[in-house]
Every structure is written in C-alpha cells, then in structure tokens.
Design a binder for this molecule. Structure first.
Ligand code: ARG
Length: 459
C-alpha cells in the first residue's frame, strides 16, 4: 500500500477499503497525460518563483525519464500505489529526491485528475476524428464508383423508389460528417484548463493559471475553481457523441446484415471479415457487423452510467467521480475498435450490383413515376395514384412488373398511356429525373460528391 495522505491517520487502512478505493488498475491509462500536466505545472511554478530553476529542471527531467521508461516498458506501473498520481509522484521522488516532493505545491489531485481527463478526452477526440475521416474516405470512394448502381430505396423495409448505391452511402456520409462536427464542438467547448483550482477553492500560491493553460494548449484557464474540479460535462458530451456514432454504425450494420442475407444477396462480406459456424459448414456469418451492432449497448450504458453518477453530486469534488473513468475508457476503446473494423469491412465488401438492380426492378419501385407520367399528361395526381394502384394489383395477380405490361393492358386501365410510358418508368429515367439537390439523380449526386470531396480535402 502506498498512499499520499498517511499523516492524519493512526491506523492502517483496511485492505479491502484500500482496494475498493484504489483506482490505479484503470487510471494508469492516464500516465502520459498526468506527466504532461505535471511538467506544465512545474514549469509555471518556476516562472512564478515558487520553485527554483534547478528544482524545475530536476522535476521536468525526472518526469521525462519516467515517461520514457513507462513507454519502453522498463518501468512497470506498480499497482501497489493508490492511483496514477501517487505512482508518478513517488517514482519522481525516488529518482530525484527532495525536489520531487515539491511538485504538488499549489495543486490537488482534484484539479489534477480533472486536467488529466480533459487532456485524455482531447487526445482521444483527435484519434476518433482521424478514424471517422478514414471511414468517410472509404464511403466517398464507394459513392464515386457507384453513381449508376441502381438499387431499391426502402421505407418500412418495403421497396419504395429506386435510388443508387452512391445515394445510399451518401446518407451515411452525412451522418458521420455530423459526428465529426459533434467531436469538434466538444473539443472547442472544453478549451479551458482546470489546473490551479486546487481541491476546490484555488490556492494561496501565486500561480499563473493562464500560463499553465497556454503550456497545455488550452485557450484559457477555467473561471470557477469549484466548477473546475467537479465538471465532467465534456465526458458526458463525449459519451453522447460516441453513442450517436454507435447508433449510426449500428444502423449501417443492420443494413449490411440484411443485405448479406440469403434472401437479399446485395453484398458479399470479405472472408477476412466473416466467420464460420462450428456445426454448419455452409455458413459465412456477418459477425463483425453483428458485434458492432451489439457493442452499441455498452456505449449507451456508459453514457447513462456517468449521467447517473453525476446527477446527485453536491459541489465540489466527490469520490463518486472516480467512477467516470472505466465507462469512458471502455466506450472510447470500443468505438475506436468498431470504427477500424467497420471501415475495413465496408472497404473490402463486394456489392452485387446486378442483384441490387434486379431487386429494384421487381418491386414496383417505379410506380410513383408511372403516376407522375399520368400527371404530366393532365391527369390529377389523386386519380393517377388510383389508376397506377389498379395497374399494380393487376401485375401482382399476373406476377409481372409494370415494365412487362403490354400497351393494350395499360390502355385498358387508362387511355392516357402511350408508347413513351416504357421509357418514363425505366430504372434509368426514374433515378436520373430526380435531380433536385440531395436526390439520387446522377447530376445531383455529382454536385454532392463534389461537396463531400471538398469537405474531406479541406483539412
Ligand atoms: N482517483 C481520483 C479520481 O479519479 C483522483 C482524485 C482523488 N481526490 C480525492 N480527493 N480523493 O477521482
């Protein structure tokens, strides 16, 4: 047992209490951030004359050596310490002697851990953003290659109107683009440094908090020390953004699972991203898509867990807040894994274009266009809707598609139909006439793809 606060106590901490209280098993993930924060703190203390230049140099070099040795594996983070802060400080003192004991001047673990979690959040947002960008690039490639890959668009999982694969992928492009925007917003909203807030009420040392903030690349220092040590909003926002990413991935996975089913066969998942069955030799299962869908629950769980932890806490710091770490770490790691695997899966997936087009043809997805044809020939839309409804019923009875009806059959139901009906309801016409911004028609899609490319090239 190694702890920072023995002085006031006359009895040893109960072993179980110690273990229950300790956080080193998980907060060791914050080692890099803890050292970065400590280097900035010591640098600021020296500038303010609280530490001598020699003490600062010894502390900074000591911290850098710890960082290197942990990175190389030479120094193992010992779980004998209560938390990562104690481990770093004790190791520093062991290495450099007395100056190490001065590092914590004007600081509490409360502002220290608040800073560590902010630094961690920012580091991870940058990684997540890169992964989202990679996914968007993979989507854009599929979009560019499939401008005229026709497929059914669905509502209620019933074939509705024909679209293109580019258009379908474009919907997800928009979702993941918004997800990046959410991360960006969080990154900028949390641009304030809590260090120097002390336990809750600031400190009596002449700290230059703005200087520390600048050293750590924050825009400014936080303005209320009580809020600084008890604010976990950025973590809640991060978990909400991660939950939304997972919700999008999960919807996409659901579609891939459907498209990969024997009935649809719209896609074939690469062998490298599928698994087999231990009993059924014919099986090739979309396990990765199912697991991503399945893991969505634990990310939502993390969000609800932290909201619940925070909801009853009086100001300022309470130990409950130590419970922020495991759900956040788990959610971040889960989403990173899911993004990597998902991007790999869709980049290697084969789209069976002929199956998609065939499916779009035999589901009356051109019925709206047949009605529009009548409207263009002067029939009021409501009447046109009824006429085409009757045609569809007739086709269902004969088990044929609208394209397969003879002109006589058309005319029997409405004399307005002419030879040009076939062109009007062809797959190509149905899609290509949809040229409003955001629609699947080739020209509209090309415009949007241009915007997407510009967006990705911007950074
Ligand atoms: N392990 C603690 C946490 O994660 C660090 C802060 C400890 N502060 C305290 N007053 N006990 O919240």
């Amino acid at each position: 047992m190694a702890q920072l606060w023995g002085g006031r106590f006359t009895k040893e901490t109960d072993q179980l209490v110690y273990a229950f209280n300790a956080s080193i098993s998980f907060d060791q993930k914050l080692c890099e951030q803890d050292i970065r924060g400590s280097i900035a703190h010591a640098t600021m203390l020296a500038k303010q004359g609280v530490l001598t230049a020699e003490e600062k140099t010894a502390i900074v070099e000591g911290l850098e050596s710890i960082r290197e040795d942990v990175r190389s594996g030479e120094l193992k983070i010992s779980e004998d310490f209560e938390d990562i802060h104690s481990f770093v400080e004790a190791t520093l003192t062991e290495r450099i002697g007395d100056p190490g004991k001065k590092l914590h001047t004007g600081r509490s673990r409360n502002d220290q851990v608040a800073l560590d979690m902010k630094l961690y959040t920012r580091d991870e947002i940058l990684i997540l953003d890169g992964l989202l960008k990679g996914l968007l690039q993979a989507l854009l490639k599929i979009m560019e290659e499939n401008l005229v890959t026709y497929m059914p668009g669905f509502t209620h999982l019933q074939k509705a109107q024909p679209i293109t694969l580019a258009h379908h992928m474009g919907a997800y492009f928009e979702m993941f683009k918004r997800d990046r925007g959410r991360l960006y917003d969080i990154y900028h909203r949390m641009d304030t440094c809590p260090l120097g807030s002390g336990a809750l009420a600031g400190t009596t040392y002449p700290l230059d908090r703005e200087h520390t903030a600048g050293l750590l690349h924050f825009g400014s220092a936080t303005l209320n020390s009580m809020d600084s040590v008890s604010d976990r909003d950025h973590l809640i926002e991060l978990l909400a953004a991660l939950s939304t990413i997972m919700m999008h991935l999960s919807r996409f996975c659901e579609e891939i699972i459907i498209w990969n089913s024997n009935e649809y066969q719209f896609v074939e998942i690469d062998d490298a991203y599928s698994t087999g069955s231990s009993i059924m030799p014919q099986k090739k299962n979309p396990d990765i898509a199912e697991l991503v869908r399945g893991k969505t629950g634990r990310v939502y769980g993390a969000l609800i867990a932290l909201l619940t932890t925070m909801k009853g806490l009086p100001l300022a710091y309470n130990k409950d807040m130590q419970e922020d770490k495991e759900p956040v770490f788990d959610a971040v790691d889960t989403v990173k894994d899911c993004l990597i695997l998902f991007t790999g899966m869709i980049s290697t997936m084969v789209f069976r274009k002929e199956r998609m087009e065939e499916s779009a043809k035999n589901g009356f997805t051109n019925a709206t266009d047949a009605a529009d044809y009548l409207v263009n020939h002067g029939v009021p839309f409501r009447d046109a809707h009824g006429i085409v409804g009757r045609l569809v019923l007739y086709c269902i009875e004969k088990d044929i598609s609208l394209d397969e009806l003879s002109l006589e059959e058309y005319r029997k139901i409405s004399p307005v139909f002419g030879e040009d009906i076939y062109k009007a309801i062809s797959m190509e016409t149905c899609v290509e006439r949809r040229t409003t911004l955001g629609a699947p028609g080739r020209d509209a899609m090309k415009t949007v793809i241009g915007f997407c490319r510009e967006y990705l090239d911007k950074e």
